[in-house]
Design a protein around this ligand. Structure first.
Ligand code: COA
Length: 263
């Protein structure tokens, strides 16, 4: 595994924990964090032994979003370098959303600006009820630009229109209500809820989980009519794979499938 300056990577069996590790600035992300996150998610993608990625933050807060000192430095660069740095940030979010392994988020304390963006980019997020979210950018004279596609996919255009413009902060309960997170629970229960979700992911077929991610991405852009040949071909191919044979066979033979061996 590569060595990281701003992240802590912890492997426990098939789970890779990616922990943001700049607690002194509430895990605000600068260029190093951006590059390291992209590298960590590429490593997770390539490593067949990793089946789930858990994204969390060390210290008091999950993430205070983009490092505002770094944003100011970027603004002072040449227009080309400024643009290049912004694109690197956009690609970091994309690498999380497009990771072929399921990505679970654990948010606590604050997840503001890009922290809310990271919450939107993961497959499923869990947070403490008192975790504070917000697309706070407009209060700083900027906009939640590179995170907007991820946030809008999760919460919809209507809610984005209010939250991007008011830049108001909201708590974990509200984040659950609007679909930004899957569940908000008291902080004392957060780790147990995250572990339960990871257990569910590990008991599903690894190829099936990756295929399900791809299915959602593909079908989201199709009309009902366009979907018929695509989805029928999808299940026809999937149900003929060795993994499907094992999964359906295990059910019919009343045993655990081989990917659950040892659990
Ligand atoms: N960028 C750079 N530095 C940041 C930061 C950010 N986004 N968020 C926090 N920090 C720094 C603070 O400047 C402070 O540095 P200092 O110790 O040198 O003074 C340190 O992190 C701790 O922050 P502080 O505000 O004292 O901690 P807190 O626990 O009281 O509050 C937050 C935490 C996250 C609520 C608060 O820092 C905050 O509102 N940050 C801005 C969040 C935001 O709007 N992000 C959107 C960015 S696009």
């Amino acid at each position: 595994m590569s060595s990281y300056e701003t992240l802590e990577l912890v492997r426990s069996g098939p789970v890779l924990e990616v922990r943001l590790n700049r607690p002194e600035v509430r895990n605000a992300f600068n260029g190093t964090v951006v590059d390291e996150l992209q590298l960590a998610f590429r490593e997770a993608d390539m490593d067949p032994a990793v089946r789930v990625v858990l994204l969390k933050g060390n210290g008091k807060s999950f993430s205070a979003g983009a490092d505002l000192a770094w944003m100011q430095q970027q603004a002072a660069l040449s227009p080309e370098d400024n643009q290049h740095g912004a694109e690197r940030m956009a690609r970091m979010f994309l690498s999380i959303a497009r990771c072929r392994k399921p990505v679970v988020g654990r948010m606590h304390g604050h997840a503001l600006g890009g922290g809310t963006g990271l919450t939107a980019a993961v497959d499923m997020a869990f947070c403490s009820e008192d975790c504070m979210f917000g697309l706070t950018e407009a209060k700083l004279g900027i906009v939640p630009a590179v995170i907007s596609p991820f946030v809008m996919q999760k919460i919809g255009v209507g809610r984005a229109r209010t939250l991007f413009l008011t830049a108001e902060r909201f708590d974990g309960r509200e984040a659950q209500r609007i679909g930004l997170v899957h569940r908000a629970v008291p902080e004392a229960e957060l780790d147990a809820v995250v572990q339960k979700a990871i257990g569910e992911l590990l008991s599903s077929g690894p190829l099936a989980v990756a295929s399900a991610k791809e299915l959602i991405r593909t079908v989201g852009g199709l009309t009902l009519e366009e979907a018929v040949p695509v989805t029928s071909q999808w299940i026809a191919q999937l149900r003929a794979t060795p993994e499907a044979k094992e999964g359906m066979g295990a059910f019919l033979e009343k045993r655990k499938p081989n990917w659950m061996a040892g659990s």
